[in-house]
Ligand binder design. Structure first.
Ligand SMILES: [Fe+2]
Length: 371
């Protein structure tokens, strides 16, 4: 019996398959280079894109294909995958084409949550991009940090948890996704609290180092942790959890080179080093919840995070002295994030439409110094 009646699947249907662990193979028919940039976890690369474009013959005929599960075919925009799907069906494989291609993957998200005492922390994960947003709830009051998905996602989550969003925060001016903080604050009447700077072209409440944000029965402390960008902040919850933005990740630290010449990059790397010393002085058991994740985010509901002590042990960068740290960070920096200048400009204006964002935000994140 077929998995679905139709021969193409929406991204919501693929998400349903992955969430429920249904048996499928995902065949990615783009080029090796496109696949290397980003792909759906566990997908199988079959770089037949040129052959599909060039010929009407069945390009899969000579290939050894796994046939034990239905197949979802992914291409760039959802056109070649239809041709591939038909050719696979001609070989009696139950194949489906992903509508809209890999770009639709940028919209997929899931959540994981932890409860500590009476406070709930929900991690909202944009799985294709690795962007991590947070909602922290205490006594029906919520704070949202780095909303990287449409405001509806956060409004619906708050409603589900019978919470009222009191504050919306960003850790910094993002370069890899459009911040929905302004829109979310407008739609929920929440206070928009952003790092103090004079770059953004709209109104907000400026945060300074050490500011406390009270909500429900608890509070967050704002920590200025410059380096990735000058205005970067992290938010500390009771010496137990640090929302580290793009300053500290689970596999590295933020990159200091965006929008900077060589001299500025050196100065920002010095600040990054100092910010990391500040973070390293927190209690060892502090849970670090970063703003991005570069590995595949699974549909397993396990929160993406680690304790400070584990990161201190695992990350060689955290063991270096300042000169070695600067040398290491600024050598062999990864490629800049796609469209990052356009995305920063939209974030400075605070205006964008979701249709344009689908293309602008496509691809994985590159806010880390590590390749
Ligand atoms: Fe960033």
């Amino acid at each position: 019996m077929s998995l679905f009646q139709q021969h193409s699947l929406s991204i919501a249907q693929l998400k349903h398959i992955l969430e429920n662990n249904l048996p499928v193979h995902i065949f990615d028919v783009r080029s090796q280079a496109d696949f290397d940039q980003w792909h759906i976890p566990d997908s199988i690369l079959l770089p037949v894109n040129e052959a599909l474009q060039a010929t009407d013959a069945n390009v899969f005929k000579e290939l050894t294909l796994v046939r034990d599960h239905p197949v979802v075919v992914v291409c760039q925009e959802g056109f070649l995958s239809q041709k591939a799907m038909q050719q696979l069906r001609d070989l009696h494989i139950e194949a489906y084409s992903l509508e809209g291609g890999i770009r639709q993957w940028t919209k997929v998200w899931n959540t994981a949550e932890i409860q500590i005492d009476t406070t709930k922390i929900i991690q909202i994960r944009r799985v294709g991009k690795g962007c991590l947003s947070y909602m922290i709830i205490s006594d029906n009051m919520a704070v949202v940090i780095d909303p990287a998905l449409s405001s509806d996602v956060f409004i619906n989550l708050a409603t589900q948890h019978q919470a009222h969003i009191k504050y919306v925060l960003d850790t910094h001016i993002h370069a890899d996704h459009f911040s929905r903080a302004k829109d979310l604050a407008n739609k929920t009447d929440a206070d928009l609290m952003l790092p103090d700077q004079n770059v953004l072209q709209y109104d907000f409440h400026p945060l300074k180092d050490g500011d406390l944000l009270h909500f429900g029965q608890t509070y967050l402390k704002a920590l200025h942790t410059p380096g990735h960008t000058d205005e970067s902040f992290s938010y500390l919850w009771l010496d137990k959890v640090l929302f580290s933005g793009d300053v500290l990740f689970l596999n590295g630290v933020g990159r200091p080179d965006l929008k900077s010449d060589q001299q500025m990059a050196i100065q920002k790397t010095e600040k990054l080093y100092q910010s990391l010393q500040k973070i390293k002085s927190l209690p060892d058991e502090t849970l670090i919840l970063p703003g991005h994740f570069s590995g595949a985010i699974r549909f397993d509901q396990n929160i993406v995070g680690d304790t400070l002590i584990n990161l201190k042990e695992q990350l060689d960068l955290l063991k270096l002295n300042q000169p070695d740290f600067i040398q290491e960070i600024l050598t062999d920096m990864p490629d800049t994030p796609p469209n990052f200048e356009n995305i920063v400009d939209l974030n400075i204006k605070g205006e964008a439409n979701e249709k344009d964002l689908l293309q602008l935000e496509a691809g994985g994140n590159r806010c880390s110094s590590q390749k």
